[in-house]
Ligand binder design. Structure first.
Ligand SMILES: Cc1ncc(COP(=O)(O)O)c(C=O)c1O
Length: 341
């Protein structure tokens, strides 16, 4: 039975696994000095069409926290959306790794920050008692499965830079956002003003690992030491980096993300018209959020389905992954239809 609780329920996709196995040959220099790490970093520079600095860490919490910590001092603050993963689901890691920088949550419909809400937080106060905003972080695709357009990102980044803030993007589902937008990744990252991107690998089909991509290379000074201190420098780095090669070499990352997005569309289309069920957000990536009557939720759980109800809204979240089968979507829909009757 496939589940819809999270896109990290899925296993390793074949392309990543093949690359991982290929890297398991003989000895190779440790701590990122190996050829795979160099090749993947070059691939990412080619993908983003710019000479960025690339680091690999084990998970999204580490990527976000260490990136944010490198962008601000402990007495400064990070503006985020009120349902941002960095604020709600990282157990205080951004505050911990930055030695106390404060997260300032802003409201915004559809999981997105707005220029007005961010301006209000930046300009609210300028006195010694207020933790000065120094970073703006946005999530692409958002926690509720919507996707920022490049012009929305550019407007937020222009505002941030005007006030001296750096721009960080939590791209745990960057692949899904890219597939959804159908644009070159550069168009909605550094060309739109993003300084640092945490590019999610795990959710797109890797066994483990995220890439932290510094478009503004001045900001990556000492980042390697930060990773080491935080226990995030893999000694056998090739096994963290090599799976990326399999994803990037023949476009598997976008193919799989497009498939996950298509499965979410299939689910959303099926939910449409079932009485008592309402989609809560436009489905633009691989997540479907809907309100479900309590008996339907408990009935689904009794039938063995797993899904979350605590992310961002009071509805249910169904996530699709690179391996989600159309038959699994249809089986879930069939159970929802039966229970909703
Ligand atoms: C928006 C977002 N950011 C980051 C992460 C990465 O978190 P983790 O530390 O579990 O890899 C997740 C995972 O659920 C996420 O949804």
């Amino acid at each position: 039975m496939q589940h819809f609780a999270s896109d990290n329920y899925a296993g390793i996709c074949p392309e990543a696994l093949a690359a991982l196995q290929a890297a398991n040959a003989g000895h190779a220099p440790a701590y990122g000095e190996d050829e795979w790490t160099q090749r993947v970093s070059d691939r990412l520079r080619a993908l983003f069409e710019t000479d960025c600095d690339v680091y690999f860490v084990f998970n999204g919490t580490a990527a976000n926290s260490l990136a944010l910590a490198s962008l601000c001092q402990s007495y400064q603050s990070v503006i985020c959306h009120e349902i941002a993963h960095v604020d709600t689901d990282e157990c205080g890691a951004p505050e911990f790794f930055s030695n106390g920088a404060k997260l300032l949550p802003a409201r915004g419909a559809n999981g997105k920050l707005t220029v007005d809400a961010v301006t209000e937080l930046i300009t609210r106060r300028n006195d010694i008692h207020y933790p000065r905003p120094r970073v703006l972080t946005l999530t692409q695709a958002t926690e509720v499965g919507t996707v920022y357009r490049p012009d929305e990102i550019a407007a937020l980044a222009e505002l941030a830079h005007r006030y001296g803030l750096h721009v960080h993007m939590d791209g745990a589902r960057f692949a899904n956002a890219t597939a959804s937008l159908g644009l070159a990744p550069a168009e909605f990252t550094w060309r739109a003003g993003v300084d640092v991107l945490c590019f999610g690998g795990t959710k797109m089909g890797l066994p483990v690992g995220e890439a932290v991509v510094f478009f503004d290379r001045k900001l990556s000074e000492d980042f390697a030491w930060r990773c080491k201190q935080a226990g995030q420098l893999a000694s056998k780095m090739r096994f963290l980096s090599a799976p990326w090669l399999g994803m990037l070499e023949d476009g598997a990352w976008l193919r799989h993300a497009a498939h996950a997005n298509a499965m979410a569309q299939r689910l959303a289309a099926g939910l449409h018209g079932i009485s008592g069920i309402r989609l809560l957000f436009e489905v633009q990536a691989n997540g479907v959020f809907c309100s479900l009557p309590e008996p339907v939720m408990s009935g689904l759980r009794e039938r063995g389905w797993r899904f979350y109800t605590f992310i961002g809204t009071d509805g249910a979240r169904f996530m699709c992954g690179w391996d989600t089968l159309p038959e699994s979507v249809d089986a879930l829909l069939a159970d929802i239809r039966t229970l909703a009757r």
